[in-house]
Design a protein. Structure first.
Length: 257
């Protein structure tokens, strides 16, 4: 008998309402370990609202978010991260004056167990753990093609490399699921191609599940195994890139018909 795989991330009838506005309604998705799924839809369809529900930024008014079968409803944002869900944002949110390396190290909270005393007096335990975190962060920068700029301020990086730094910082949380919110937004074709290659390397290296919001349809069609489409906060289609590309309801939603 073949054992049925358990979704690493699942939502059941998930929804959120703001006053009289229903931003997301009856949203159901299952994502399995190592899978790369696209979440697409017209502007204002509710994609980022879904991400906010999946990371504790919004509390659902209905439904459930589960990670490895464990409900996360009622958890705070940092508890979602601790549980294993990390994300990037539409607008880059880096510590601009800190170095590239420091931006990644700051996310390695799971690797640090020293207390105030060790931090204040720089005990051997402090230095050992800081060294371990620095080494881990350098490895992540290497994977994302950023090790050559580790000592530079994050603000000095070109736009495309800042995007990749955000991804490296998310990886530092040792997540099970990575949520990428329009990672290719504002990129030129060369930067987009480099980002696509970076995402492929991350999947191969870590085997994590990735949920991707993106308006660059060529990137979505090239990289996603499965795509879910929402419009007005509701799922209107789900399937392979080939199925979505020819779905009349999806085409109508994008063309405003």
């Amino acid at each position: 008998m073949v054992e049925k795989k358990t979704p690493v991330l699942e939502t059941r009838k998930l929804g959120v309402t703001f006053g009289g506005l229903r931003a997301v309604s009856n949203f159901n998705i299952q994502i399995y370990p190592g899978e790369l799924v696209g979440l697409i839809g017209p502007n204002g369809a509710g994609k980022t609202s879904v991400f906010n529900l999946l990371t504790g930024v919004y509390s659902p008014t209905e439904g459930t978010v589960l990670l490895d079968g464990v409900p996360l409803n009622g958890k705070k944002t940092h508890q979602f991260v601790q549980a294993g869900i990390a994300r990037t944002f539409q607008n880059i949110r880096l510590f601009k004056e800190m170095t590239v390396l420091e931006n990644v190290m700051v996310a390695c909270t799971k690797d640090l167990s020293y207390g105030l005393f060790s931090a204040s007096f720089r005990t051997p335990k402090y230095w050992q753990q800081e060294q371990k975190v620095a080494e881990k962060s350098i490895r992540l920068l290497e994977i994302c093609g950023l090790s050559d700029v580790a000592g530079l301020p994050a603000a000095s990086l070109p736009y495309g490399r800042q995007r990749k730094l955000e991804i490296a910082r998310a990886l530092a949380t040792d997540m099970k699921v990575l949520l990428l919110d329009e990672p290719a937004a504002g990129m030129n074709p060369t930067e987009t191609a480099e980002l696509l290659a970076c995402i492929q390397v991350i999947r191969k290296t870590f085997g994590i599940a990735i949920l991707l919001i993106e308006h660059d349809m060529s990137l979505v069609m090239n990289i996603c195994e499965r795509i879910q489409v929402i419009d007005y906060g509701q799922t209107i289609a789900s399937g392979s890139p080939e199925e979505i590309a020819t779905n009349k309801r999806v085409i109508a939603a994008y063309l405003g018909e």
